[in-house]
Structure formats: C-alpha cells, structure tokens
Design a protein around this ligand. Structure first.
Ligand SMILES: C[S@@+](CC[C@H](N)C(=O)[O-])C[C@H]1O[C@@H](n2cnc3c(N)ncnc32)[C@H](O)[C@@H]1O
Length: 273
C-alpha cells in the first residue's frame, strides 16, 4: 500500500488478517498440518470437512496492541491512496471490529455505516471445554450468525456528491436497481464447493457476497478496486465477473499461486441470487 500513489484507487474491498499472527509462517504451518495453534479445526459432524477458524479470543494484550498499531497504519495508507469519495469496505468480526473501525475513523475517513452479512458460522456456541456434560446448558459465547463489514468513505473533495461523482466517479454506492438502493444487510452462506474446490483458502469469501460489494462500491462502474490482502482472489474474481478493474496484493506465495489459478475460474462461476 505504501508504494501506491496518492488518489490512485477508487475503492478498497478487503478481508484483512485479524490476529496478524494467524498468517505468519509458524501458525500457517500448524493450520496446514491440522495442528491447531491459533487455528481451531471445527468438528466434522455431518461428514463434510470444515475449514479451520482462527480463535481471536486467545489474543494477548500485546497482540491486541499490535493489531491496533497495524490498523492505524493500514487506515492511514487507505485514506492516502483512495480518491476523494472512495469507499473502504472492510470485513471484520464481532470480537475485533471496534479496534479496526476506530482506527479507520480516527484516520480521517468518515464512517458511513456497516454492512451486516447474515451467515451461520461455527464460531462460538461451545459448551465449557472439559466440562461439556456438567454444564450442558451453557454456551460460553453465542454461536455467531453475522459478520460486520465496516463502510468508510474518504471525504469528498468537491462541494457536492454530484460534483465528486463527475470528477472522480466516487462518493456513493451503485443502486441495486431503480427501485432499490444499495442495502446494508446481505445474506451469504460460507463459500462451499465448487468455489472452495477452486480456491481452498481458509478465509475464502463467497462470490455471491463479493460480487454484491464490488458492484456496489463503484457507483458509476468505473475505476479500480484494490484488495490489499487478497488471499485466493475472491474480490478480484468478483470484479472480473462484473467486467470491472481490480488489483490485489498477497504476502503468502502459496495463496498468490492459488489466486492466479482461481481468479479466472471463480469469475465464471454461476451463483443463485
Ligand atoms: C483473511 S485472508 C483474505 C482471504 C480472501 N478474502 C479470500 O477470499 O481468499 C487475509 C490474507 O492476508 C494475507 N496477509 C497477511 N498479512 C499480509 C500483508 N502484510 N500483506 C499482504 N497480505 C497479507 C494472508 O496471507 C491472507 O491470505
């Protein structure tokens, strides 16, 4: 992000690493060997294999501080490289969203709301570990059924949104249709086969959701969408499906290779709306 020019992307759509350590080599290795660490492998109670989930509840105060520092730097770069009126749409989770949203707001971006993805996850809902029978009526945390995505906008540079749209192509969201504005609630189940077969990334986002967001975030269907933590490329595949321009960066070479192979095929997948 630091290498990009100021005012050079029209939207940022991303799902960042939330514990920061979870994608470091040590924890990556544990996840890939199915050994846990920060990654919990959920039970396979219906015969289908579950994707690993990071356990954000195990973060130490020092790791939380690191998270804070990381997102402050991220938010600074975001508001620098977005064109005026450009939006950041950032995936979070109910445990850590306050940290990242606060960093985004204090960087000078405007909070414009949250997109709530309705999704049944395997996060939370467990009985107390080692005492499941004794406390069979207790869930330590709620089973999570939603995912917040922060919606932030770099302030417009012109007097009105209309003028900003003319100058930069940004400032608002593309409507769903003439009758329907862009909405802040969206139901999208976790990515499954065939998407998961093409892109077996532990945090793969479904095309149904990514196409909804990427379409919405370029109000005039022009400009460049950037995903700085692109993983297996679900944001870029969504843009390709919609005929929009997108760029991405990814630190892990295995995921980058996965993205190169998956993007053209993911972009062709038909989804039910
Ligand atoms: C939550 S995943 C994104 C998954 C993606 N949305 C998808 O559908 O495949 C976050 C990604 O950020 C990558 N990452 C972590 N730190 C990074 C960094 N400093 N720069 C770029 N990518 C990074 C991780 O390797 C991981 O693939």
């Amino acid at each position: 992000m630091a290498q990009r020019d100021e005012n050079s992307v029209h939207a940022i759509v991303t799902d960042p690493p939330y514990a920061l350590v979870e994608y470091e080599d040590k924890d990556h290795d544990k996840m890939r060997q199915g050994q846990g660490g920060l990654w919990r492998i959920p039970p396979s109670f219906d015969g289908s294999q579950r994707s690993p989930l990071p356990r954000f509840t195990v973060l130490t105060p020092k790791e939380r501080e690191k998270l804070n520092t990381f997102f402050k730097a991220f938010a600074y770069q975001t508001q620098r490289i977005l064109v005026p009126g450009g939006h950041l749409v950032i995936a979070a989770n109910p445990l850590l969203s306050t940290t990242v949203f606060y960093a985004c707001e204090t960087s000078g971006m405007e909070k414009r709301g949250e997109l709530i993805r309705i999704v049944k996850t395997l996060r939370g809902g467990d009985r107390p570990k080692g005492a499941e029978t004794e406390f069979s009526d207790v869930s330590v945390m709620p089973r999570s059924s939603w995912e917040p995505w922060g919606l932030f906008r770099k302030p417009i540079s012109e007097k009105t949104v209309a003028q900003n749209l003319r100058k930069w192509g940004t400032g608002g969201f593309r409507r769903i249709s003439d009758d329907e504005p862009f909405r802040d609630i969206f139901e999208a189940a976790p990515a499954r086969s065939p998407e998961r077969d093409l892109a077996p990334h532990p945090s793969l986002k479904p095309q149904k959701l990514m196409r909804y967001i990427v379409r919405g975030v370029l109000p005039l269907s022009r400009g460049v969408v950037y995903d700085p933590f692109c993983g297996s490329g679900s944001t870029l595949a969504a843009a390709a499906n919609l005929g929009l321009s997108a760029i991405g960066t990814e630190r892990d070479v295995q995921y980058l290779t996965m993205a190169h192979q998956a993007i053209p095929r993911l972009s062709q997948i038909k989804i039910s709306t």
